[in-house]
Design a protein around this ligand. Structure first.
Ligand SMILES: [Zn+2]
Length: 469
């Protein structure tokens, strides 16, 4: 039984999908104007584990995971101007970078990855309905959601504005900017549509040429692909207010139905005791870290802390994660030729993940079973351990490469990079020398490779190599 912490109730609740044959989840994706940093990667990785868990529980074909690309935003427009590139070229390039980065973090692609620019008709339809129902109004080319209208006339009993973030009227007014735009009827009102000047992206609409606000993009993409009510909506803690609160307001007032049943939010990544953020200037971009560490070490680091807790990011932590993976892969190497036991359940990791995605405890189980694979002599226990490691690794999205590939990994931009083709040639030359009983030459080749950090291992099936650690 899966239990998840629901931000709506601030409690762990048993997860029961509306339809077990169609389990639906939405995660807010990136705004594509720059490389993602490790803080942006955290929700993508932790909710990838949830996706894997749901697929295991309900069947891969029964789970629909939607993660959007926000490709309309003022940050995008400004960056394109700074760099002197077309907006479409910037968003296409940044989207490609995002896909490359998260693939190296071992994330499965979502079932659907909609874009805001591909959902304009649906966005406009929702705004029109909100205006018709009296929850939104037009002012100076803008369309605004009117928060007091929802307060006075909740779309569902008790579904007033502020339900998710637990903000009251005073908080909302205090939170609104000091200089409230003059066209707003109420300081808490927020933008659904805004006018575009000719140099900015824009679409024709009943309110003139313009572009959507960020919140309505997600409401429309979610409704288009998951329906009016769905199971899980997730994202970073900083999205609770205003983004997710506003998504609920728009969707429920438009549809007249409950929007989302379980809201999940991951904690912040911190660096030097402060939240990692571009505005603070303490970010580590994923690509820069991938130049130094394998993506799997980044993934493991993100999973060693429970997703709701803050995570203090350090390079030392990444080195430890890499050392943990060395241990797991050494265990896999030792049992490489052992036949895995059939029908073994990854019970330890499953129990931990079913308890609100407790990845830290699931990893402890993976450690324990790797220890068995490394040290145990009883063949039955080793066969069971091998099966459990494989199943737990699949659930966590870890250990998906071979021990050989893991131990050969080298930083892509390292000046001391080892040429794999060259190594293969030298191994062949050494074999030829040995066959010719020229042991002096064979030893010389072994020494030459060792000086480059390459360790040869002669086994019954031939010679393999790994990097010296
Ligand atoms: Zn969103």
């Amino acid at each position: 039984m899966l239990r998840l912490h629901n931000t709506l109730t601030r409690q762990k609740e048993e997860f029961r999908p509306l339809d077990p044959k169609n389990v639906r989840m939405y995660v807010c994706g990136p705004t594509v104007y720059d490389r993602i940093h490790i803080g942006n990667a955290r929700p993508i990785v932790v909710f990838d584990v949830l996706f894997r868990l749901l697929r295991r529980q309900y069947g891969a074909a029964q789970v629909k995971y939607v993660r959007n690309i926000t490709d309309i935003d003022d940050k995008i427009n400004n960056r394109a101007k700074e760099r002197g590139v077309a907006i479409g070229a910037l968003t296409a390039e940044t989207t490609r970078w995002f896909h490359e980065d998260i693939a190296e973090l071992g994330c499965l692609p979502p079932s659907v990855e909609p874009t805001a620019t591909g959902t304009i008709a649906e966005i406009k339809a929702m705004i029109e309905t909100l205006v018709e129902k009296g929850y939104a109004y037009e002012a100076q080319g803008h369309v605004l959601f009117h928060v007091p209208a929802m307060m006075e006339r909740p779309p569902l009993p008790q579904h007033v504005y502020g339900l998710l973030s637990r903000k009251n009227r005073d908080d909302l007014i205090a939170g609104a900017r000091v200089d409230v735009a003059p066209y707003k009827k109420d300081p808490a009102d927020f933008v659904l549509w805004k006018p575009s000047t000719p140099d900015l992206p824009g679409w024709d609409s009943p309110w003139g040429r313009g572009r959507p606000g960020w919140h309505i993009e997600c409401s429309a993409m979610a409704r288009t692909h998951l329906g009016e009510t769905f199971d899980i909506h997730a994202g970073g803690l900083d999205l609770v207010f205003p983004h997710h609160e506003n998504e609920i307001a728009q969707s429920e007032c438009c549809n007249g139905r409950p929007f989302v049943r379980y809201w999940l939010h991951n904690g912040f990544i911190e660096r030097g005791g402060e939240k990692m953020a571009k505005s603070v200037g303490n970010i580590d971009k994923v690509r820069d870290l991938l130049d130094e560490f394998p993506g799997e070490a980044l993934r493991l680091l993100l999973l060693k802390t429970h997703y709701r807790s803050p995570l203090e990011f350090t390079k030392e932590g990444l080195r430890e994660a890499k050392a943990d993976l060395d241990y797991f892969y050494r265990a896999l190497a030792r049992v490489a030729n052992v036949e895995a036991e059939q029908g073994v359940e990854p019970a330890g990791a499953l129990e931990a993940l079913n308890d609100d995605l407790n990845t830290a405890v699931a990893l402890a189980s993976l450690h324990y079973n790797s220890g068995l694979a490394l040290k145990e002599d009883d063949p039955a226990k080793v066969r069971a351990a091998k099966a459990i490691i494989a199943a737990e690794g699949a659930l966590l999205g870890l250990l998906q490469s071979s021990p050989d590939a893991w131990f050969r990994w080298q930083p892509p931009k390292s000046p001391a990079a080892i040429d794999e083709k060259k190594i293969a040639e030298l191994i062949d030359l050494r074999l030829a020398a040995r066959n010719a009983k020229n042991f002096k030459e064979a030893d010389r080749i072994r020494t030459e490779l060792a000086q480059q950090g390459v360790i040869l291992e002669d086994g019954p099936t031939g010679t393999t190599w790994r990097r010296a650690s």
